[in-house]
Design a protein around this ligand. Structure first.
Ligand SMILES: [Fe+2]
Ligand SMILES: [Fe+2]
Length: 178
C-alpha cells in the first residue's frame, strides 16, 4: 500500500515527513503566540496581546500553506497535535525573547529543509519553500526590533507601557526593492 501511494507523488518519504514536521512546527508557533497573547492580555499589555494574536493567525496561515502543498502534491498532510503550550511566562521582555528564539528556530528549520531538497534533487519543493525563506527575513526582523525597544525605551517608569504601545507599529520595509 505504501509503495502504491508513492507512485502517485513525486514527494519522497523523507521530504513528505520533514514537511509534515514543519506543519507541526508552524502549528506550535501559532499556539505559542496565542499563549503569549493571553499572557500579555492578563498582564495589561493590550497592544502586545493584539500583536501576538495576529502573529498566531499568520503562523496558522503558514501551516495551511504547507498543508495544501503536501496535499496538492499527492502526499499525506498530517493534522498536527500540539501539546505542552505554557500558560505563564517569566516577564514581558521574556515573552519577546522567546518569540525571537522561536523565529530563529523556524529559519533554521527551513534552511535544513532547503538542504534536504537539494540533496534529494527535489527542486519543486525547493522552489515552493523559497516563499518561507524570504518570509523569515521579516519574521526575524520584527521579533528582533520588538526586543530592541526594551533597550531603547527601557522598562522603568512608563517604559513597559510605551513599549507595549509601539510593538504593533513595527513594520518591515524592504527598502532596497526596486
Ligand atoms: Fe511561520
Ligand atoms: Fe513566524
Amino acid at each position: 500500500m505504501k509503495d502504491l501511494l508513492r507512485l502517485r507523488t513525486s514527494l519522497t518519504e523523507e521530504i513528505e515527513q520533514i514537511l509534515n514536521e514543519q506543519i507541526k512546527m508552524e502549528a506550535e508557533a501559532s499556539a505559542m503566540y496565542l499563549a503569549m497573547s493571553s499572557w500579555c492580555d492578563r498582564n495589561g499589555f493590550d497592544f502586545s496581546a493584539g500583536y501576538f494574536k495576529k502573529q498566531s493567525d499568520e503562523e496558522r496561515e503558514h501551516m495551511l500553506r504547507l498543508f495544501k502543498y503536501v496535499s496538492d502534491m499527492g502526499g499525506r498532510a498530517v493534522s498536527p497535535s500540539v501539546t505542552n503550550i505554557p500558560l505563564e511566562f517569566d516577564s514581558f521582555k521574556g515573552v519577546f525573547e522567546q518569540a525571537l528564539q522561536q523565529e530563529i528556530a523556524v529559519t533554521q528549520s527551513f534552511n535544513r529543509i532547503a538542504d534536504r531538497c537539494q540533496k534529494q534533487k527535489d527542486y519543486v519543493t525547493f522552489s515552493f519553500i523559497q516563499w518561507f525563506l524570504n518570509e523569515q527575513i521579516e519574521e526575524e526582523y520584527v521579533a528582533r526590533r520588538a526586543l530592541e525597544l526594551f533597550e531603547l525605551i527601557g522598562e522603568d517608569g512608563t517604559g513597559r507601557y510605551e513599549i507595549d504601545k509601539r510593538v504593533p507599529k513595527i513594520t518591515y520595509e524592504n527598502t532596497y526593492e526596486g
